[in-house]
Design a protein around this ligand. Structure first.
Ligand code: CA
Ligand code: CA
Ligand code: CA
Length: 342
């Protein structure tokens, strides 16, 4: 390759990675802005697949968990949350509560099974401005979804605010603390967070990880904590919770079946697939071109630092994925023909 054209390829390669960085970063920023005034902080959450994780409080300790503050900001707004339910004594049901409803909030609570579509139960006993409570005796361990909507979908906007919380009785509680931490797997020196892992303890407290991070309000004492994540081995470990204190438990997961290593795709892999021609070419550009200069290496570093956020943004936005793909396809075509032409 002549020096001039190798420089050009270097520039184009940089541009290619920079595009991925820039577009994803600006999309992430835009998504954050939409959470300003009007919609509550948990939007968009209009379907079970967009449901946010809700922390589970302890019934015997009122105020053990901060309720989530929601409202109905547009016509037919639905607010979805999810939690990991543990089968337990029917006399100790999960209590799903709407409290401090605004004057225009006539809340309806609906509980759905793990598929997000099978209705288990619903509650709408009272009118505008009144609390609602749905008791759920869980007999099957798994993920559950809760939908809250206004009884009249035409009513939205002012005074539709409400507090949503879920709590569960523990029997005897002497004190409570917090268990928090990160569920991840190792890839070289990097910790890769595992999203949507189920975490449960021998006290029947449970939660779901969000981008690896989890938090549980927990009775004090020493317990066994178990993590269930698809594609990984179960991982029981011991944890001691002291009343009024917070304990951090970071848990490294081991991929199930030692022969294959599961990895989260980088944006290029997310768009083109792990073994595609395009991904291979981008890898060659990374290793042979970008890696040859300090600027290029900085770009590689930034690319991988932003990788999880970029993949998430791309996965949530099919249109963005198509646009990115078109741009990169065009760039790769130029690079390919240059590589072959030299
Ligand atoms: Ca809402
Ligand atoms: Ca909503
Ligand atoms: Ca109601």
């Amino acid at each position: 390759m002549k020096p001039t054209s190798s420089k050009k390829i270097q520039l184009i390669a940089s541009l290619c990675f920079f595009m991925l960085l820039l577009i994803s970063a600006s999309m992430t920023g835009l998504a954050a802005q939409e959470n300003g005034s009007g919609p509550d902080a948990y939007e968009d959450d209009d379907s079970f697949s967009q449901a946010n994780v809700i922390d589970i409080g302890i019934s015997e300790v009122p105020g053990s968990v901060e309720p989530q503050l929601h409202n109905f900001h547009n016509k037919g707004d639905e607010d979805w949350v999810k939690f990991y339910g543990i089968a337990k004594d029917p006399a100790m049901p999960y209590q799903i509560e709407v409290k401090n409803a605004g004057a225009n909030c006539d809340a309806v609570i609906e509980l759905y099974d793990s598929d997000g579509t099978t209705l288990i139960d619903s509650r709408n006993d009272y009118y505008e401005g009144a609390d609602e409570t749905l008791d759920f005796a869980c007999i099957k361990e798994g993920i559950y979804y809760v939908k809250v909507k206004n009884y009249d979908p035409e009513i939205f906007g002012e005074n539709t605010g409400y507090e949503l919380s879920i709590s569960c009785p523990q029997g005897s509680v002497t004190g409570i603390g917090i268990i928090s931490g990160m569920i991840y797997y190792r890839s070289g020196f990097r910790r890769i967070p595992i999203d949507s892992a189920f975490i449960k303890t021998s006290a029947n407290v449970s939660t779901i990880s969000v981008e690896g991070v989890f938090l549980m309000i927990h009775p004090d004492g020493t317990y066994i904590i178990t993590v269930i994540a698809e594609g990984y081995q179960n991982y029981p470990t011991s944890v001691t919770v002291n009343a009024g204190e917070s304990v951090t438990v970071d848990i490294a997961m081991i991929p199930a079946g030692s022969t294959t290593t599961t990895t989260i795709p980088c944006p290029a892999e997310a768009i083109y697939g792990e073994h595609s021609e395009e991904t291979e070419l981008l890898r060659v550009l990374r290793d042979k071109v970008l890696n040859g200069t300090p600027e290029g290496r900085e770009m590689i570093r930034l690319y991988y630092e932003w990788s999880p956020e970029m993949v998430k943004t791309i996965e949530e936005n099919k249109e963005l994925e198509d646009k990115l793909k078109n741009i990169i396809d065009g760039i790769l075509l130029v690079i390919n023909s240059r590589l072959k032409g030299e």
